[in-house]
Structures are given as structure tokens and as C-alpha cells.
Design a protein around this ligand. Structure first.
Ligand SMILES: NC(=O)c1ccc[n+]([C@@H]2O[C@H](COP(=O)([O-])OP(=O)(O)OC[C@H]3O[C@@H](n4cnc5c(N)ncnc54)[C@H](OP(=O)(O)O)[C@@H]3O)[C@@H](O)[C@H]2O)c1
Length: 353
């Protein structure tokens, strides 16, 4: 696979590369990102390799990420070639309750600020960053539909939402003729497969692409954190912080890493590429959002597109990273499904091509 093997994003006509450039590391405000030159080198390397899909958010490095991305695109006059995505929800004006969440007042204000920082008059994809647990879904969908009608946004997506919420929003969009959600952005990697319970099946049923974030679990799956401590990088800086985004050094995760490292030795590739190659082949995954602090890391990650894992290697990775399905999901596999159909298997019709 190559970055130029474009794929439509969910049920839409938007063509994107199978790897998206994540830019949460663009800017130094959070203490573990890339400065302007290192970020520019990443942007250039991605675009020069044929990539067209760039992900940012208003909250990333307090707005620096959007500013850098906007500048890089403008400097090379690439606005029309890039599928530019950003997000709203997080609060950039603490103490103002309407400067965070997903209400109309926030969204209308957030998009103007993002467009300014990104130096553009429209977004190709506008993500709701996280369910805010309070705004009525009809207010969210109406507001996003208005942005599309205003010409400020081409498509909409949801990040970090429960499956029932995405399903409710999509059904509302279908019945009311509102703009549909074309993609879900969710944490997904060998060490975090929780979305397979509900969100992956929902995405496939409802025409929403999965775009995984933190595919290397913040760098853990690059294999650079020894069990007994140490290791340079973002997770090392925040070791023991209690924040789940950084707290990856668990016994279970090291067991998964061990198997990934064994597979890496067999295919003679860095373990990060094995973790990414496994993810690229998972059902529903459309464009994986890769993140890097340096251009070398980014290039190593992009090369995962060339890695082919055998069915046996995939099976070992699936097995070691498997998780208990829990209720009611045990009902949707064997042996319970046998009780519905007898020994015959009933396959669901799938569109071809
Ligand atoms: N929607 C959301 O809620 C959400 C949340 C998080 C991220 N995202 C998106 O997803 C993108 C990717 O997330 P992420 O940055 O967490 O991805 P990740 O791939 O899990 O972690 C990337 C980090 O791992 C380390 N790394 C990457 N490649 C490496 C390599 N080849 N060798 C050694 N270390 C390597 C680097 O950090 P160090 O060098 O510091 O170790 C890099 O910054 C973000 O940029 C953002 O666009 C979205």
C-alpha cells in the first residue's frame, strides 16, 4: 500500500490517504512536541510522499498546531490538495462555560478561530472532539449542518463518542436530511481494542470510517520503554502521572509488546511498523492517524504501509491482545449464535467492490 492509494472516507466522496498526518506534536507548548522546523520537516515529508490528509485540533499545543499547519499549507500553496481536518469541544478560555463543549454558541465561535489560525475559509472535515454529555444531539447536528450549508465545512466527523450517540446522531441526520457523520476518530491500537465491542460494528453499519488515533499508544508500541524503567519520550516524561493517555506500562501491555517484537524480528522491521501494519488491516480502519516528534519517526511509521503480516502472525497478535467480550457481546459470537442458526452459518449480505 502507498499514501497515494486513496480511499473514500466513510460514505462520502472525500478521498484520503490510508495514513493521516497527526499534528498534536506540532508545537512545543505541551513540552513533548516538535518545534517549527521539525514540524515543517514532517509536513514536507508527508506531502512529498503523496499524503493528503492532515489532522489537527484547536486545543493542540494551545493553538500552535493549527497555526503551524495553516502556515505550512499556505507557504506551499497546497490548500486545495490537502484534506484539512480540525476539531472543536475543548475549552481555550477557562472560566467561560460556553467556550467549551458542543453547544451552538461554542461551535460557531470555535470554527471562526480555527479558520483564522489555519488561514483558510473552509475545513474539509470538522470533528466534534469529544462527547460533552449535555448538549442535545439535535442541536449538535443542526449546528454542524448549518456550517456545511454556510460553506465553512465540507464534511463532519465525531471523535471520542459512545457508539449509541453516533448511531443516534446518524439516524437523526438520515431522517431529517441533515449532513451525515462520515467518520469516527477513536483510540485504537494493539493495546487498546475496546472500540471493537460497539464502535467498529456501528461504523460499518452506518457508513462511518474509523480513523484510529494513538496507534502506537503514545510511543509505547515503538518498544523504547524497558520494563524496569527509563526510556526517552512523551511517556517517559509523564510516567506515573495517572493520566490514562500516558499510563501504558502495564504487565498486559508488555506481553503484547513481546509478541509484536517477536513478529518484528521475523519480518525484519521495527516493532512500531508491525503495530501499525496490524492496525491498518483491521476491519473498518480507513486512515490511521500517525504521530511523530521527528521526521525520522514519521518516515519509519509511513513505511509500515509496505509491511505485510502473514495470517499466522496476525493471529498471534490478535490472540495476545484479545479481551473479554463481556455482556451482552458474548451473545453475538459462538456458541450462542449456533443456537439461532443451528450448524449452518448465515453470512450477512455485504456490498461488493
Ligand atoms: N481525537 C483524539 O482524542 C486524539 C487523541 C490523541 C491523538 N489524536 C490524533 O492522533 C495523532 C496521533 O496520536 P499520537 O501522537 O498519540 O500517536 P502515537 O503513534 O500513538 O504516538 C506518537 C508518539 O510516539 C513516539 N513515536 C512515534 N513514532 C515512533 C517511532 N517510529 N519510534 C519511536 N518513537 C516513536 C513519538 O513520541 P516520543 O518521541 O515523545 O516518544 C510520537 O510523538 C495525533 O497527532 C492527533 O492528530 C487524537
Amino acid at each position: 500500500m502507498k499514501l497515494t492509494d486513496h480511499v473514500t472516507l466513510g460514505r462520502s466522496g472525500l478521498r484520503v490517504s490510508p495514513m493521516c498526518l497527526g499534528t498534536m506534536t506540532f508545537g512545543t507548548a505541551w513540552g513533548w512536541g516538535a518545534d517549527q522546523d521539525a514540524a515543517k520537516a514532517q509536513f514536507d515529508a508527508y506531502v512529498d510522499a503523496g499524503g493528503n490528509f492532515v489532522d489537527t485540533a484547536d486545543i493542540y499545543t494551545g493553538g500552535q498546531s493549527e497555526e503551524l499547519v495553516g502556515g505550512f499549507i499556505a507557504d506551499r500553496n497546497l490548500r486545495d490538495r490537502i484534506v484539512l481536518a480540525t476539531k472543536f469541544t475543548f475549552n481555550l478560555d477557562k472560566g467561560n462555560p460556553n467556550a467549551g463543549g458542543n453547544g451552538r454558541k461554542l461551535v460557531r465561535r470555535a470554527i471562526e478561530a480555527s479558520l483564522k489560525r489555519l488561514r483558510t475559509d473552509h475545513l474539509d472535515l470538522y470533528w466534534l472532539h469529544c462527547w460533552d454529555m449535555v448538549t442535545p444531539v439535535d442541536e449538535v447536528m443542526r449546528t454542524l449542518d448549518d456550517l456545511v450549508r454556510d460553506g465553512k465545512v465540507r464534511h463532519i466527523g465525531f471523535s471520542d463518542v459512545p457508539a449509541w450517540y453516533a448511531a443516534r446522531a446518524q439516524t437523526l441526520a438520515e431522517w431529517r436530511g441533515l449532513e451525515p457523520v462520515i467518520a469516527l476518530q477513536l483510540e485504537y491500537s494493539l493495546v487498546e481494542r475496546g472500540i471493537e465491542r460497539e464502535l467498529v460494528p456501528a461504523s460499518q453499519e452506518l457508513g462511518m470510517a474509523i480513523t484510529p488515533w494513538s496507534p502506537l499508544a503514545g510511543g509505547f508500541l515503538a518498544g523504547k520503554y524497558p520494563r524496569d524503567g527509563g526510556g526517552e519520550g512523551r511517556l517517559g516524561k509523564h510516567r506515573g502521572s495517572g493520566n490514562p493517555a500516558f499510563d501504558r506500562m502495564t504487565a498486559r501491555n508488555y506481553e503484547i509488546l513481546d509478541v509484536a517484537q517477536a513478529v518484528a524480528a521475523e519480518v525484519d522491521r521495527p516493532v512500531a511498523q508491525v503495530a501499525l501494519a496490524w492496525l491498518l488491516g483491521r476491519p473498518g480502519v480507513t486512515s490511521t492517524i500517525v504521530g511523530a516528534r521527528s521526521v525520522e519517526q514519521l518516515q519509519q511509521n509511513l513505511a509500515a504501509l509496505e509491511v505485510v503480516l502473514s495470517p499466522e502472525q496476525r493471529a498471534r497478535l490478535d490472540e495476545v491482545s484479545s479481551f473479554a467480550p463481556g455482556h451482552p457481546y458474548t451473545f453475538f459470537r459462538e456458541p450462542t449464535q449456533q443456537m439461532l442458526y443451528g450448524p449452518a452459518r448465515v453470512a450477512k449480505w455485504k456490498p461488493q467492490g
